[in-house]
Ligand binder design. Sequence first.
Ligand SMILES: *[C@@H]1O[C@H](CO)[C@@H](O)[C@H](O)[C@H]1NC(C)=O
Length: 450
Amino acid sequence: MHSDGRRWCRGFMWIDDCDKMVDRQKALLMVLIALLIYPNDIFGGAFPPEFAGPIMNLTVPLGRDATFKCLVKHLGGYRVGWLKVDTKAIQAIHDHVITHNNRVSVSHSDHTIWNLHIKSVQKEDEGLYMCQINTDPMKSQTGMLSIVVPPDFIPEDTSSDVTVREGGQVMLTCRARGVPPPRVSWRREDGTNIIIRKPFAGSGLNQKSHVTSVSEYQGEELKLTKISRTEMGVYLCIASNGIPPAVSKRIFINVHFPPVIHVPNQLVGAPLGTDVVLECFVEASPKSINYWVKDNAMIISSQQHDVQAIVKSQFEVWMELTIRNLQKHDVGTYKCLAKNSLGDVESTIRLYEISGPAKTQTAAKPSFYDEEDEPVYGSAEIEKMDNKALSVDNAINGHMGYPSVATPAPTTRIGKKRLTIGASSNAHHRAAFSLLVIVPMLIVVHQRYQ
Ligand SMILES: *[C@@H]1O[C@H](CO)[C@@H](O)[C@H](O)[C@H]1NC(C)=O
């Protein structure tokens, strides 16, 4: 306490008077000490400086501002300084900034809250900061500044869009940096699952794999094997480390395969004068050129024909050919064709004439009526039903070039209304009707590959 008094005197340059003053005050203080027990300060008449609380540690995203608060009681004439512990660089003393770092500033209020501000924190600002009071011995406390960095992809280690043949494999990579180190996960943009096929350990020639389907996959690398067309699409890799914003990257996997055509109805019967719709369902990637042919002539939209292509997905297209006001010369064989860079394929539909409404009305009960209570008609000519021909094409795998046998699944359409039945008293037609009920609709016909 005595030495404090001396320093105080020196600080204010009253050196001549100081000793005398101190002597007098010493006497007074002796009394005060005796009375109050507590140590005292002659000039401030207060307690020695002390900290009112710890310095809070700060965790600040790169580029944001940071403020350390040093809470001090009874500062009196003492001064508060800031020091960076690792470099020992003095940041500020009282209200003067010492460091050359122009992002550093200080402020205080009521001599009790002393702030050190660091604007737009950089990596090198990280570390321990010390708040000092120039007592003797000096008093200090520290607070840690930690810098966090939101995730960011490393472009050279991150995949971009890929194209793969169906059945092949792709390896997608997404690497991200950030502090703390980010976690990378994968999702499909359309919300469907990711299919992971992992070969069983030690599997020999019989390459079986363990297949799992997950909505989210964790890891920087996503390996997709035996890829199918349904796995085509946008994959998102998402990097997050708890520091917003998380980042994501879209990677498109383009799965290529030659065109395939499914024909729901290969035999279509309709009365003259009605509108008939023929349909082919095409799968192809890259997108195929699709068209209709009859008698070696391509059919284009006209008064007589309406040619439509309805896109169902990235690789699926419905081809619809409407023949208006069916005439005798329209009857015959129609072909739908699809062609892309990997191959081409065609399918045939036979359109034939059936007797008009007046006649078919005498037929056995139709299975349904349309909305207008108008009976819908139909009849089918069944050529040959062969159970072997009922194989259903697997759209995912297979169809490697052998033409499957077409199974006629007779259906008649009048306008856009599908006729499910058409039995007549005639035995031949009755047989057709019963078969009609059993025969599945999926048909795949001749496919050629380059
Ligand atoms: C700041 O972090 C250090 C460890 O890094 C810890 O010892 C100290 O208690 C923390 N301070 C506060 C105020 O939480």
